[in-house]
Structure formats: structure tokens, C-alpha cells
Design a protein around this ligand. Sequence first.
Ligand code: NAD
Length: 486
Amino acid sequence: MRVTVIGTGYVGTVTGACLAYLGHRVTCVDTDRSKIEKLRRGEPPIYEPGLEELIVFANEHGGIDFETELESSVRESDVIFIAVGTPPLPSGESNLSYLENAARGIGAAMDSSRFRVVVNKSTVPVGSGNLVEALVREGIGESHPDLSGAVRFGVASNPEFLREGSAIHDSLYPDRIVVGADDPATLEMMRQLYGALIEQQFIEPSFAPRPANLQSAIREIPLVATTITSAEMIKYSANAFLALKIGFANEMANICERVGADVTEVMTGIGLDWRIGRGFLNAGIGWGGSCFGKDISSLLHTAAEYGYQARILEASLAVNRMQRSVVIQKLQEKLYILKGRTIALLGLAFKPNTDDLRDAPSLQIAEKLIQMGVRVRVYDPVAMNACREQYPDLRITYCMDALSAADRADALVLVTEWPEFASLNLKQLAGRMNQAVLIDGRNFFQPRQAREAGFEYAGIGRAISRPAGNGHPDARPVAAAVPSAD
Ligand code: NAD
């Protein structure tokens, strides 16, 4: 099929490249000229493992190109994806201005030569399907009023569930594909578009191997066909629930700390119950990223529009906000006075394997520490350039590696659990520091190892000691960290 993807951010670029990899002919469009120029040179504008290679393959398979204008590709396309940003307004509601512009532009470019489907891939509040339909019609009416009645199109909602950092894997091997469509022709077109994905009829790329559960001959990705409204709600509901799970683990961690329990043991203990599941129950310094906060705020706003106060969602946001201050409290407990100290942060990105800094806990922690008179040194394997560019006024010192960040620091805070930090030589790190204090904001290190290396260690919700004879939490490996989603 001919496909246009509008927006070449984290979602649009990956979606476009994956669809081309599956054999479709894709044009990705963005109003940001610099992103398009980079993509034309084969450089993804974002850090996403495997994306550069995927774009090369995408070119060899269905073919992919990058444009700043949408007219010609929309005219030739069967399916047009909208994957633009929907950032929050101060009121919490979603800013739909990018979506609105895209929808009008699509309408203006359409002609009567074929039936097309306009797909909302952006996360958009209930009612956005109707809004897009109305704006596409407006666009058609404005640019060719004579054609208005003859232009045929359907609107679908196809929310995205990829996780930054494993976006290609998630797009090629999704748990499910949700398609909200209110007419059979639109649904059928989406079914065709995703046919090869649903049946897994494509050769797995070397950098994104097919998972074991999809290796058998009888394999199919479930397509959940719903109304547009249900599809829009599915995305918000999924993100609200995921954030809630993390918030729950954090709340349990705060109680565990007070009563002398270890939250990783507690979460493993409850997570083995299939009704609960272990995923997303890792305690830490709270979730971040561009999605959870904005989506929960948007859902709260929608609920309020309908006269409903969503108290669980309110609490979920409040618990997360509070959790970010836990690092500061722990530093105060260990160092008493923070003014004049040097504190090193390991990690800036809101989670590993991405350069995304949107709503990253690191920024809030760094700002708070600076405000308190602390000198902040940071190291992140990927996100330092993005941070320099996006926050030029942030008074932090960027370091070339973890060791130089720790040099003569009074405390080290693990903010992002980058896999490479697992191979740090903790003894060497502790030896470099003024005071070997380690606040492990992601329960990433083994407490016993950290203490043996000479650190005064504090994790999140991990009891410092327990009565003798009861076994020791450090004796067991920590449950593997579950990567977080958006
Ligand atoms: P992003 O900010 O990285 O990218 C959006 C892109 O859209 C930008 O490059 C911008 O220049 C472009 N754009 C804006 N208006 C445009 C227009 N009229 N024409 C062409 N391009 C235009 O955003 P993102 O992270 O990719 O998110 C996109 C949507 O997907 C959001 O609604 C988000 O909530 C949702 N989503 C994001 C993720 C994620 O992990 N980032 C996951 C699932 C869903």
C-alpha cells in the first residue's frame, strides 16, 4: 500500500520505517526541516536502537522517503497516519493544534481518485476521531469545494503502544494491534495494511529477533477491532494502569522502608500471582517520559468534562510527584547539609536506551539540588547532547564517564538504569569519591555488593537490615528490571 506518516518523532519514524520494512511504500512528512534533512541522510533524529539499520532495510523493501510537504504523498496514499505530538496544555488537556493542522492539511491534499483511511496514531482524547473527520472535510471544502461530496475517506484510531528504547521490537512484535473504526471499509483497509504483521509474514531483522512466543508456525498478533471511542480510551486506560502499577510499587516501597521489608521481595511475591503479574512493579524514583503524565492529565480532564472526578488517577499523579523528592530526602539523611556539596547523577534520560528527556526525573532532581546550593555533575551514555541542546541554562557539569562524574563527589545517585552501569567497578567508583554515598534510585545494584565496595548504600524500599537468621535480601539476585513503557 501507499502510506503517508505525518510526524517523524519517536512514533512516526519507527511506524514509517516498520511499515516500509513490511513492504509498504512510505513517505514520512514533518514540518521540521532539520529532522527531514537528517532522515534523508539516513540519520534518525532521535536515538532509538536499530532505527538507523531499519531505515536502510525499509528503503530496500517497500521504500521510504522523507518530505516537508504532505500534498503529493497524501494524494497518492491509501493510508495516512497522523503521528504528531499532543503535548499537555497548562490545564492538563491535550494540545490538539498539531493534530488539527495535520488533519486540515490532509483534507486540502485529497482528491476523489480513491478511498483513503486517515489514522490517528497520536494519543488523542475521546472525540478526536470526530474532530479529525470534521477537519479533513473542512480542508477538502476549502481547497476544492466542487469535489467535497466525491472525496471518500474513513477515519480510524490506531493507538501506539511502543516503548522508547525497544520501539522496533514493540512495533514488529506487538502484544496486540488496536483498531477503532466505525465502518467496515476502514477496518478492512487497516486489516490489509497490518496483514503481514498480524500473520508475522516477514523475515525478522537481525537487530530485532522474533520473540520465542511468535516463533511457531501458528502465530498471530491479535487485532482488537473496536469503535473509535473505545480505541481512544484503550490507550489512555493502558497508560493510566501502567503508571498506577509503578505508583503502587513505590507506595509499597515507602511502607516497606518504614516496617523493615524489602520491596523487591514483596513485588516478586505478589507478582507471581497471574492476576497481578511482575511487570511494572519495580519501585524507584518515579516514572517520567512524555506519555504517562500527559495522558493521565488528559484523561482526568476528559473525565472532568463529563462531571466525573477520577480519584485514583489524581492519587497516581500525586504519588509520583512525591516519589521524586525521595532522592533529596535520602541525600539529606546521609549528608545532612547539602549546600556546597558535589553530587553526581548517573543517567539523565527518563529511562534507558533513549535520549528522551521529557518529564525526566533527572531534570527535576538536578534543578532541586542546584536550588539547594549543590554542584551537580552528570553522566549519561546517550542523553547529554540532548540535554545540552534542550536545557542550555541548566548549571550542571557534563562528564565523560561515570568515574569522572564520581570524582570527589559527596554522593552518587543512580537515576537511569542504563545496562552499562551494571559493569561499573563499584570499588573504583567509591575510591574516587569524597564520601562514598550511593543512592540507588532504581534498585539497580545489589546492596551487599555496593556495601562491600565501600559504599553507604540506600535503595528505594529496601530494608537496610533485618534480624539475623532470617536470610538476607542481598543473598538473592534482584528480579530483572522490567523495561518501562510510554
Ligand atoms: P514527537 O514530539 O517526538 O514527534 C512529533 C513530530 O510531529 C515532530 O517531529 C513535529 O515536528 C511533527 N509535527 C507536528 N506538527 C506537524 C504537522 N502539522 N505536519 C508534520 N509534522 C508535524 O512525538 P512522539 O513522541 O513521536 O509522539 C507522537 C504521538 O504519539 C503523541 O501523541 C504521543 O502521545 C504518542 N505516543 C508516543 C509514544 C512515545 O513513546 N513517544 C508512545 C505511544 C504513543
